[in-house]
Design a protein around this ligand. Structure first.
Ligand SMILES: Nc1ncnc2c1ncn2[C@@H]1O[C@H](COP(=O)(O)OP(=O)(O)OP(=O)(O)O)[C@@H](O)[C@H]1O
Ligand SMILES: [Mg+2]
Length: 139
């Protein structure tokens, strides 16, 4: 596979290293506005999915308007800037993106979702815990 180059910050590097460490179960990102938390975590999810087949990544906020205006916009812009976005792989009604290796990213609004209350795996990262979460499971 061709190498993919991204412009990343130290936030990406620290999260990516922590995600790879089996002794770390939760990752919490705390920091100032516009300090690259959302952007770096989107990059991390994309790289994680490319490198790991058949994973399920759930990106969770309280409501869909909150998801759409922030993390979903960044996620798909980054995918496009990396030139790996494929509209056929984007189920826009279910808010699921499927990578060629079978890994998926699903965007869930927990106020609307019964799926979120069904624990499917181990949460490895949480951001803005009251309204925002990231769950990567091994199913
Ligand atoms: N690695 C990067 N490469 C290019 N642009 C970036 C990068 N990281 C951040 N940015 C730019 O900085 C902006 C702010 O970053 P981001 O939205 O990730 O901040 P944040 O820490 O999530 O802020 P908030 O706490 O307000 O949600 C992004 O919209 C993007 O334009
Ligand atoms: Mg943010």
């Amino acid at each position: 596979m061709a190498a993919i180059t991204i412009d990343s910050t130290v936030i990406f590097e620290k999260n990516y290293t922590a995600l790879d460490d089996p002794s770390i179960r939760f990752i919490i990102n705390e920091g100032g506005s516009r300090s690259s938390k959302t952007y770096s975590l989107c990059q991390m999810i994309i790289v994680y999915c490319i490198q790991h087949p058949n994973k399920v990544v759930s990106v969770v906020r309280k409501t869909f308007p909150a998801l759409r205006a922030t993390v979903m916009r960044d996620f798909f812009e980054i995918m496009k800037s990396m030139e790996i976005y494929d509209v056929q792989s984007h189920n826009k009604s279910e808010h699921i993106y499927t990578f060629p290796n079978g890994s998926i990213v699903e965007f869930l609004a927990w106020m609307m979702s019964r799926r979120f209350v069904v624990a499917r795996g181990t949460s490895v990262g949480v951001m803005k815990p009251m309204s925002y979460g990231l769950k990567i499971s091994n199913s």
